[in-house]
Write a protein that binds this ligand. Structure first.
Ligand code: PGA
Length: 249
């Protein structure tokens, strides 16, 4: 049985005061116990504040990206062991905004993935196709290739210890989520594809991301291969995020 994981990706939003208000509402709103794991990914500079605010609750904290190197002259990067030092448990790698807006390649994503694991962080590894690729019938080829690069670098056993997030680029921030059936079809493909690499894919958690809202979360989570969500915009609204968590709890 896979435990659901509901993750809030706050992207580059918030201030100390809005983040304090959001965390206060979330900490107040989540039950002490539930079926789902809950994770928030603040902008890096707010991680220490959020870790403090989440203390004693079931909300875990992670980072939106992680350095591919352990330490050294890498201006602007944050190393995995620095994140672990502050109490982060997870790091997102390969988000499509990093890939498309900042030119991160599959090879860099694979290096970030490996660095996260070297320091005890669980990578949440994002994959997904653009609208053009979907329309051209290339979804499985694109997603499969994204998985293959990381599998080749880290191996099946390491892959098995990660979370994979399927985030179709056309669904992110557009209000046009994949239907539960569309998402399930790609999740089933991802699980089967991971198994061909020798990963114990039935144990792995696969999240869907892209315009997730509370009103469709129940249907998504009912799908056999969808184990939770990576939520962007809706995770900035405490009530909406709590309602999504309630569908997984
Ligand atoms: P969205 O973002 O929920 O705002 O579409 C999801 C994500 O990019 O992780």
């Amino acid at each position: 049985m896979r435990r659901p994981l509901v993750t809030g990706n706050w992207k580059m939003h918030g201030s100390r005061s809005t983040i304090r208000a959001l965390m206060t509402a979330l900490c107040h709103g989540v039950k002490d116990r539930g079926a789902a794991d809950i994770l928030v990914l603040p902008p890096a500079i707010y991680i220490p504040d959020v870790i403090r605010l989440a203390d004693g609750t079931r909300i875990a904290v992670g980072a939106q990206n992680v350095g591919d190197q352990d330490q050294g002259a890498y201006t602007g990067e944050i190393a995995a062991d620095m994140l672990a030092d502050f109490g982060c448990s997870h790091a997102l790698v390969g988000h499509s905004e990093r890939r498309l807006l900042y030119g991160e390649t599959d090879a860099l994503v694979a290096a970030r993935f490996a660095a996260a694991q070297r320091h005890g962080l669980t990578p949440i590894f994002c994959v997904g196709e653009t609208l053009e690729q979907r329309d051209a019938g290339e979804t499985e080829a694109v997603v499969g290739a994204q998985l293959d690069v990381v599998a080749a670098k880290v191996g099946a056993l390491a892959l098995e210890r990660a979370v994979v997030a399927y985030e179709p680029v056309w669904a992110i921030g557009t209000g046009r989520a994949a239907s539960p059936e569309q998402a399930q079809a790609v999740h089933a493909f991802i699980r089967a594809h991971l198994a061909t690499h020798g990963a114990g894919a039935t144990r792995m958690r696969l999240l869907y991301g892209g315009s997730v809202k509370a009103d469709m979360a129940g249907e998504l989570f009912a799908m056999p291969d969808i184990d939770g969500a990576l939520v962007g915009g809706a995770s900035l609204k405490a009530n909406e995020f709590l309602n999504i968590i309630a569908r997984a709890d």
